[in-house]
Design a binder for this molecule. Sequence first.
Ligand SMILES: NC(=O)c1ccc[n+]([C@@H]2O[C@H](COP(=O)([O-])OP(=O)(O)OC[C@H]3O[C@@H](n4cnc5c(N)ncnc54)[C@H](OP(=O)(O)O)[C@@H]3O)[C@@H](O)[C@H]2O)c1
Length: 214
Amino acid sequence: METSRIGILGSGDVGRALGRGFARHGWDVKLGTRNPDELRTELGPTEADISVGTFAEAAAYGDVVILAVLGDAAEAVVELAGEANFSGKLVLDATNPLDFSSGVPHLSLGGTTSLGERIQEALPEASVVKCFNTVSNMQMVDPEFEAGTPPMFICGNDDDAKTQTEAILVELGWPGAMDVGDITSARYLEALVPLWVRVGSNLGTWKHAFTAVQ
Ligand SMILES: NC(=O)c1ccc[n+]([C@@H]2O[C@H](COP(=O)([O-])OP(=O)(O)OC[C@H]3O[C@@H](n4cnc5c(N)ncnc54)[C@H](OP(=O)(O)O)[C@@H]3O)[C@@H](O)[C@H]2O)c1
């Protein structure tokens, strides 16, 4: 694949799992964070292949950009990173708007809107594809499911961006993508996540995923 530079906004479990995974697959990776010096020290010399910068530097670096920050901070991070740094790019949105205040997560927004739609509205010159948000960070790259790996649920407004997303997913070890429509479908992909947590609690695993069977 021609594209080889990925900017990942986020230094938590998701940012790091995706950073390591993309690097393993030969991509040049930059992780974005509020505290690049701190993150550089944490990653250490063994992960020198993963470069680190501010949110703006990571967004500017990537031919493709991934948004992997706390849902409630996602819009602020996009603003901090600078709209121009996303312009004309595929933006994979892995975020979920979750409220953990009662212990188990609930959606902090939803129904007639979604974080995916709000990110797309904030980045009119970018093509936002909701992706990765319905699986564990442990399964995002080179997934392994006992019952077989299902396609990744994705949605977005731009068909070419979704085709590019599927090619990336295949490169990362997924069988493909299940396109569930335009970016308004992010309402339902985000709403799957509180259910995913409850199902995981019942099953005693965090490596599960949903799929459609017929
Ligand atoms: N954990 C999973 O397995 C999983 C799976 C699917 C989707 N997701 C979604 O992926 C996203 C990332 O999840 P995560 O588990 O990696 O950790 P997280 O704690 O949700 O996010 C960590 C990132 O959010 C940034 N952040 C937090 N508060 C901020 C603020 N006030 N202003 C700016 N940035 C802020 C942090 O910035 P710094 O780098 O500066 O600390 C860090 O980069 C979330 O939206 C989550 O719902 C998670």
